[in-house]
Design a protein. Structure first.
Length: 265
């Protein structure tokens, strides 16, 4: 989390007009860490005693880091994890991010523009149950010209590979977690215009397998409904999504040849 705060602070100080939002994707909920509903930047302006910046750090960054740490602590205390749950509500977190970007864009003054992007730092496993929701979010981000970058800490994510490839973002699996801050500052901090001038890691092979609607397994070859485009790993004469019944062309039945009776003498 320290590496994320370092990148967040660097993003805020690069340009005065830069904005930041951090969303925690947990197994139970998606929660805004920064800014939260009680956060107002003006509340701490000019009040150095409440900021507590004793090391010469910019007061706004100090308050932001303290709020993020406090929100993470509260989230972990009120969330009960049962068993070994390694899946998070990533699709919901991305949807929240798109809604926040849309709200901030609507609040801009006439003539102002904002280039938005989303960075996903992922250490959990992929969830095939969220495949449809995830793909809907990806195409919504593509329509709004919002880049989705992915920084993967554990196993490769086929869903995030597709998201980065479709929206034009960067996908990187960090080889050493101890150097996370360096990768965040080097690869993901520059915007899309600056990246063309940098030597970045080469693009990875994208896994475009789809998840079937029946068992939520990633498959390479399957059956697609011609009405609702649902994908199934096994053939079914009736689509379980839209309940369309398909007319199956059966092979023509061979008529049995009549045996010629031999004339009796």
């Amino acid at each position: 989390m320290d590496a994320v705060m370092v990148m967040s602070n660097a993003h805020l100080v690069m340009t005065r007009s830069n904005k930041l939002a951090i969303i925690a994707s947990h197994c139970r909920e998606s929660h805004f860490l920064y800014p939260n509903k009680h956060w107002k930047a003006g509340d701490f302006a000019g009040d150095e005693s409440s900021c507590g910046s004793r090391d010469g750090k910019y007061e706004l960054l100090t308050v932001g880091n303290d709020l993020i740490s406090e929100e993470i602590k509260n989230l972990m205390e009120r969330t009960e994890v049962r068993g070994q749950q390694t899946e998070t509500l990533l699709a919901g977190s991305l949807a929240k991010a798109l809604c926040y970007i849309h709200r901030v864009t609507k609040e801009l003054e006439a003539g102002q523009e904002m280039k938005s992007r989303i960075l996903v730092i992922k250490a959990a496993d992929d969830s095939a149950l969220q495949y449809m929701n995830f793909m809907n979010v990806i195409f919504a981000a593509q329509k709004q010209s919002i880049l989705i970058d992915a920084c993967v800490l554990d196993a490769d994510s086929g869903l995030l590979q597709q998201a980065c490839d479709i929206t034009g973002g960067l996908y990187l699996k960090v080889p050493q977690k101890i150097a996370l801050a360096q990768y965040l500052l080097w690869v993901f901090l520059p915007d899309s215009d600056q990246r063309s001038q940098l030597v970045l890691p080469p693009p990875v092979h994208v896994d475009y397998r789809a998840a079937c609607f029946c068992h939520r397994n990633l498959i390479e070859i399957g059956y697609v409904c011609s009405v609702c485009l649902s994908i199934f790993c096994n053939f079914s004469p009736i689509c379980t999504t839209c309940e369309t019944a398909f007319k199956i062309a059966l092979p023509h039945a061979m008529k049995a040849k009549k045996k010629k009776l031999k004339p009796t003498t």
